[in-house]
Design a protein around this ligand. Structure first.
Ligand SMILES: [Zn+2]
Length: 172
């Protein structure tokens, strides 16, 4: 089972993994800050599993290009990222069967932080409890879940099997 750790423990782990990169998202995309569990990856964008999550099954979509504002992002690129976020949400619904799925572009308003970035990204987050609220999901105050490598690999395997375009299972 994924383990709940405190916010401070998570921040310390993130620092230990990669220090303080100039851009956290670019560092994740270029695999400079620990293991990267991808669902889909191409020249424009990544769909991956963030490794510190409030709800197990959380997926993140980000453009490879370092863009930090909606004024600065190419409209076609942002449309593509949103298409990928929709595909990710459908995958999350199929695999995790959550009560609800949040899709949101958040990010840091305070410059680069240890756990948040200005680089545009989209969160796709499954909700499992009827009383889950955005304030529970978008804050680390109650701690974050982390997995063992085998748990991330299993989640990645299940998601990749459900990703559009994944090979159909062999029929008997
Ligand atoms: Zn960046």
């Amino acid at each position: 089972m994924p383990t709940l750790i405190t916010r401070d423990q998570a921040l310390q782990r993130i620092r230990d993994e990669g220090g303080e990169p100039a851009c956290l998202m670019c560092a994740i995309a270029s695999r400079e800050v620990g293991e990267l569990w991808t669902i889909h990856e191409d020249d424009e964008a990544l769909v991956m599993l963030p490794r510190y999550v409030r709800r197990w099954g959380h997926v993140m979509v980000m453009p490879r290009a370092h863009v930090t504002s909606f004024s600065g992002v190419d409209p076609a690129l942002w449309a593509r990222c949103n298409l990928l976020a929709h595909q990710a949400a459908r995958m999350v619904e199929a695999v995790m069967q959550p009560r609800r799925c949040y899709v949101a572009s958040t990010g840091s308003s305070a410059g680069e932080l240890t756990q948040s970035s200005r680089h545009l990204h989209i969160h796709v987050i499954p909700l499992y409890e009827a009383d889950d609220r955005p304030s529970d999901i978008f804050s680390w105050q109650a701690g974050v879940y982390v997995g063992e490598p085998a748990e991330w690999a299993e989640l990645q395997r299940r998601y990749r099997a459900a990703w559009p375009g994944a090979a159909s299972p062999a029929r008997p």
